[in-house]
Design a protein around this ligand. Sequence first.
Ligand code: GLU
Length: 451
Amino acid sequence: MIDEKLQPVLDQVLQRNPGEPEFHQAVREVLESLGRVIAKRPDYLNHALIERICEPERQIIFRVPWVDDQGQVQINRGFRVQFNSALGPYKGGLRFHPSVNVGIIKFLGFEQTFKNALTGMPIGGGKGGSDFNPRGRSDGEVMRFCQSFMTELYRHIGEYTDVPAGDIGVGAREIGYMFGQYKRLTNRYEAGVLTGKALFYGGSRARTEATGYGNAYFLQAMLATKGQSFDGRKVVVSGSGNVAVYSVEKVQSFGGKVIAVSDSSGYVVDEGGVDLELLKEIKEVRRGRVSDYVQLVGAGGRAHFVEAGTGSIWDVPCDVAMPSATQNELTGKDARTLVTNGVLAVGEGANMPSTPEAIRIFQEAGVMFAPGKAANAGGVATSALEMQQNASRDSWSFEQTEGRLSKIMHTIHDTCASTAEEYGAPGDYVLGANIAGFVRVAEAMRALGVI
Ligand code: GLU
């Protein structure tokens, strides 16, 4: 339910941003949490502060022409939504996926603003990307696309302005091509303009692992509040990108047993426990599909594959669910199945992977639920650590960087938990994350005046 004083804010967002359901969904969720804030602090209603938080500071949309391997000219659309810079330079990833449109980028930029605030690091919120589909494209095509994309984007970014990174479809390869083009266009070796770089030219140790590891740390802290742990628990991780792979790695090191992973082609179940090295080989080296896993793992058919559309990965009974694929992948129906199967905790590795109905079902059933803007904040937090290393021309050890990440995740957990308690909803991490993130951004915005 949304507070009646905030309904006009939502109405304006709906009216001003037609046809952008994901953005509406993200805004609605935050506004629903803010009722409790304005009851305590009606001054937050002044100066259109909440209206301003819902309106991106700047939105850039541009043409990205490039030539494919057949010599044909291709056209994609590029985006950068610079949502909020009250706490620091805009910060957030770039997503290359055919589903990308301005509404998707806006929802991601909005979420990023609060997520980044929760990390406690000096970073604002932004997001970008393109409807370019890297799947099936050669290295040369990906490079030419990235160069063309950066030829427009470079004028809008900078280490003190806006610092993009990766997201779906954008990893170290794409960041490398974009950094190369930025360097060439500006004639500056400005390492801190992008994060998620490879280690040999200014990347941070533990950045690749950070989002997945961070979600596992967050869940570990949340489970501990009920005297529970990962040890001996069955875990299902959707997705098989960077976030999923390194969630599997950390969960396994905590003694959990990951029994299923997925991609857009379907999901694989391995009751013996997912073979992490094989999964990495398939996804990171071969750029293949999870369906390849069944054959490659061998061992007398210990694993099986279920094709997309014929079932849901959430039908696999588990104690902990880590949706780490994409937005709205876990529906109300999935949540009911998980609850029936006795799920204990859910940690969102992706951005907004659970539908609002799914979240409601988890919370009503007393399932511990960690929302993405808190649970997956480890990635961007480690990006901020990469910026720190670049600014000081330093490079930290894996142990030092991971140590900082672990501390940050435990602090985010404790902040969400204590904020939920302070606002009369103990255990509601959605409320805790939304309010704690909002208050930080709002206080900074207020201090900076009406801008
Ligand atoms: N795309 C990631 C996220 O959703 C990381 C962004 C970054 O490192 O800037 O938080």
